[in-house]
Write a new protein. Structure first.
Length: 250
C-alpha cells in the first residue's frame, strides 16, 4: 500500500508538470502570434507608470526587503527547475522578503510569485502594456504595475528592488542579468546580485565569464560581484545578508 501511495504521488507530480508544460506552450503561442484571449479580472492593486523619465517609488516597505527575481516564463524540461523555484519563493517569504518580478503568470515566473504569496510575502509584478493586453499577467498579485515599454519595465523593477536573484531562464533573463551586473561593475549601484545555479544550469556561462577573467578581458572583482549557489535557502540567506550590509553601510 505504501509503495502504491508513493507511486500515485509521483504520478500526480508528473501529471501536474505535464499540465504546466501544456499551459506554457499555449501562452507562448499567444505571445508570439499576438493572439488575444478573454481577459481575467485582476484582484489586487494595479498601477500605470509613465515612461522612464518619471521617478519611481521607494523600494523598501517597512522592514521587508524587496528582492527582484529574473527567470523564465517557461517551466523547462526538468522538474528540478520548478521545484527549486518554488523553494526560492518560499525562502524569500520566510526570510522577510517581498518579490519584484516581471508580472507573468506562467512558467517559473508564476511559480516564484505563487510561492512568495503562499509564504506571506508581498509580490509586485511589472509588465508591459503589450503583455498585459495578451493576458499573461498574474491576476492574484499584491500589485501589478503596467508600463508602456521594456526599458521602463526594467527601470521600474530595478528601482523597486534592493537585491537581484537570477534563476534559470532564457535570453530575456540573460539580458537582465548582464545589465544589472554591468551597472554594478561600473559602480552605478551597490545592490546584491546572485545566481541560483539549479542543476548546474549556469555552469557553462560561469566558465565563459571565468575565461574572460583569465584572458584579461574582465577583472576578477567583476566576477566576484555575482554570488552563486545551488541551494535556494542558502542563496536567499546570502543575498539578505549582503543587502542588509549595504543598507547599514548607507
Amino acid at each position: 500500500m505504501l509503495t502504491f501511495n508513493r507511486a500515485f504521488r509521483a504520478w500526480l507530480v508528473r501529471l501536474g508538470f505535464a499540465a504546466s508544460k501544456i499551459l506554457d506552450a499555449f501562452r507562448q503561442r499567444v505571445i508570439h502570434r499576438n493572439e488575444r484571449i478573454s481577459p481575467t479580472p485582476f484582484g489586487g492593486r494595479i498601477a500605470t507608470v509613465t515612461p522612464m523619465s518619471a521617478s519611481s517609488p521607494t523600494a523598501r516597505r517597512g522592514d521587508r526587503l524587496p528582492i527582484c527575481v529574473y527567470l523564465a516564463s517557461r517551466h523547462g524540461d526538468h522538474v528540478g527547475y520548478t521545484d527549486q523555484t518554488r523553494r526560492l519563493g518560499a525562502a524569500l517569504g520566510a526570510a522577510g522578503c517581498d518579490l519584484v518580478y516581471g508580472g507573468g503568470s506562467v512558467g517559473l515566473m508564476g511559480e516564484v510569485a505563487d510561492a512568495v504569496l503562499a509564504a506571506g510575502g508581498s509580490v509586485t509584478g511589472v509588465i508591459t502594456e503589450h503583455l498585459y493586453a495578451l493576458e499573461v499577467g498574474h491576476t492574484e498579485l499584491s500589485e501589478l504595475v503596467v508600463v508602456p515599454d521594456m526599458p521602463t519595465r526594467k527601470k521600474e523593477m530595478f528601482d523597486r528592488s534592493e537585491g537581484f536573484i537570477v534563476a534559470p531562464g532564457g535570453v530575456g533573463t540573460m539580458e537582465e542579468l548582464f545589465e544589472v551586473w554591468c551597472w554594478a561593475a561600473l559602480g552605478l549601484h551597490p545592490k546584491a546580485l546572485a545566481m541560483l545555479n539549479t542543476d548546474g544550469y549556469y555552469d557553462h556561462l560561469l566558465a565563459f565569464m571565468q575565461r574572460s577573467v583569465d584572458d584579461g578581458l574582465m577583472s576578477g572583482s567583476t566576477l566576484d560581484l555575482l554570488v552563486v549557489d545551488d541551494d535556494p535557502e542558502r542563496l536567499v540567506a546570502r543575498v539578505v545578508a549582503a543587502a542588509e550590509g549595504e543598507s547599514t553601510a548607507a
